[in-house]
Design a protein around this ligand. Structure first.
Ligand SMILES: [Fe+2]
Ligand SMILES: [Fe+2]
Length: 238
């Protein structure tokens, strides 16, 4: 059965439930909050991609739209890569992250198939078909949404507190995530979409400048792919 858009929106609401509080000071609460903010941003980003499937954008503005759409796949892959390389190693044990890991693995093939399709449209091998894109997305969306909700339950603050994991370990994890993200992220491609899908928040994502209503990011981060970002939820008003 097709994964209904309403189910996706319901799952997104569940994630928002963990993401709306002001930035927690307590590290045990922060871990889940940070993850929830990230998951919500990735799904907000997805909604912007999906919204264009049946418009003229994939055909008349193919380079920009497909750039935006392919960046969504990269954003998700980067998130999972950092979890696998950093977070899971800090959390496990005492937490059992194997279910999350298995879900990442289950996503690999359907995501790759979808990405290959976008690539083949980009290179002119295949024509754009909204139906095909939707069908390919249906292969990963239910797994992804289930994963994004379940992973937040895995990081329940009370559960974290009750485990033997120390605050120092969680602090070390936070530092290692930031360090690894700096090593592997392309600032011009990977940072803008988080800022433009954060619901206008000023407390996330963590960036080395002060987010304000009037200053979201340095122009040198935004301009290299500004054609992509017109499809974002909150593009800069240049
Ligand atoms: Fe996650
Ligand atoms: Fe994950």
């Amino acid at each position: 059965m097709a994964y209904a858009q309403q189910t996706l929106l319901d799952d997104l609401e569940k994630m928002r439930g963990f993401a709306t509080v002001p930035k927690p000071q307590d590290i045990y609460t922060w871990v889940q909050w940070e993850m929830a903010r990230t998951h919500v941003a990735i799904i907000e980003f997805w909604l912007q991609v999906q919204k264009q499937f049946r418009t003229t954008a994939p055909i008349e503005d193919a380079e920009n739209f497909l750039g935006f759409a392919k960046q969504w796949v990269r954003t998700l892959e980067l998130h999972h890569q950092i979890e696998e390389e950093i977070q899971f190693l800090h959390l496990n044990p005492p937490l059992d992250t194997s279910t999350s890991h298995d879900q990442h693995t289950a996503l690999l093939t359907p995501l790759r198939v979808y990405h290959v399709y976008l690539e083949s449209v980009s290179t002119g091998i295949e024509p754009w078909s909204a139906s095909k894109a939707e069908t390919l997305a249906q292969a990963f969306l239910p797994i992804l949404m289930h994963h994004f909700v379940e992973e937040l339950h895995m990081l329940d603050p009370e559960r974290l507190c009750a485990s033997s994991i120390s605050a120092d370990t969680l602090e070390a994890m936070r530092v290692s995530v930031a360090t690894r993200a700096k090593e592997i992220a392309d600032p011009t491609a990977d940072i803008p979409p988080l800022i433009m899908h954060n619901g206008g928040a000023l407390d996330w994502p963590p960036v080395p400048w002060v987010l304000s209503e009037t200053f979201k990011m340095p122009m040198e981060l935004y301009l290299p792919h500004k054609g992509w970002w017109k499809y974002a939820a909150l593009p800069l008003n240049l």
